[in-house]
Design a protein around this ligand. Structure first.
Ligand SMILES: NC(=O)c1ccc[n+]([C@@H]2O[C@H](COP(=O)([O-])OP(=O)(O)OC[C@H]3O[C@@H](n4cnc5c(N)ncnc54)[C@H](OP(=O)(O)O)[C@@H]3O)[C@@H](O)[C@H]2O)c1
Length: 236
């Protein structure tokens, strides 16, 4: 059985991707700080409590996986957090959390697993964001982490393509997940104004089903309509 590692697998995109990968016969190691909200269970879904903003915990998790798994075939760098607002109002600890979770963790985890991914000629799939591609007003710090992870992915693609590793960047626009729970805006109710996490999981399946030698190296997924809903009572 092939092995996939999914960070941020307790909810949203990561959880739907984990379900998809299990349905495709992968054993999935899912990483998150807590799985208390995760109702889904499966014997091929191994929940690993790991704060990816803590390099020591990343190293311990990677070591555990490397000692247990026969191969590492997919690394899905998905865990992420977002804080938005006028830059001077974003807490410095929130900026640090975004940089560590969204950018540093993918760099470190990829570093720790790349040798195995080279052996398996596997996939590294990075969840970046539409904010990596354009100016993001009130989201400069978040967008910077996502532009960083995108740049890392497209650079690594050229570094490792001849060895057989496939590096893929996905840039989702607004996805209906708990990502917005603490924010003062969220997806609009109009179903054409958001993407579902299932659509991202479907894109991952499409990436994995390409014929050998063909890589969908970057995918941008957007809703038909551009609408968001403001929540006045919450502060960024
Ligand atoms: N929703 C959107 O509109 C959207 C658009 C573009 C890109 N994205 C990106 O998509 C990715 C997934 O987000 P989502 O929309 O699915 O939101 P979500 O439902 O809030 O999922 C975020 C996941 O990341 C995990 N996570 C956060 N901090 C972590 C940490 N320090 N260590 C380990 N796991 C951590 C969370 O688990 P715990 O809280 O249990 O640790 C959760 O499993 C993120 O990188 C986000 O930036 C989202």
């Amino acid at each position: 059985m092939k092995t996939a590692i999914v960070t941020g697998a307790s909810s949203g995109i990561g959880l739907e991707a984990a379900k998809k990968l299990v349905s495709m016969n992968y054993r999935v190691y899912g990483l998150a700080r807590s799985f208390s909200k995760t109702k889904w269970e499966n014997e091929a879904f191994v929940k690993l409590v790991c704060d990816v903003a803590d390099i020591k915990q990343i190293k311990n998790c990677a070591a555990q996986i490397l000692s247990e798994a026969a191969s590492v075939d997919i690394l899905l760098n998905n865990a992420g957090v977002g804080y938005f607002g006028p830059h001077e109002e974003i807490k410095t600890e929130h900026i640090e959390e975004m940089v560590k979770t969204n950018l540093l963790a993918p760099l470190i985890l990829t570093r720790l697993l790349l040798r195995e991914l080279k052996k398996s000629q596997g996939y590294i799939i990075n969840i970046a964001s539409i904010t990596a591609l354009k100016a993001s007003v009130f989201g400069g710090a978040y967008g910077a982490t996502k532009a960083g992870v995108r740049h890392f992915g497209i650079s690594l693609f050229d570094e490792v393509r001849r060895i057989g590793v496939k590096v893929v960047t996905i840039n989702p626009d607004i996805v209906k997940t708990s990502f917005y729970d603490h924010l003062n805006f969220k997806e609009h109710d109009d179903p054409e104004s958001y993407i579902t996490p299932q659509s991202i999981a479907d894109a991952i399946e499409m990436i994995l089903r390409q014929r050998d030698g063909t890589i969908l190296s970057e995918i941008t997924i957007r809703p038909q309509k551009h609408l968001i809903e403001k929540r006045k009572q919450k502060k960024p």
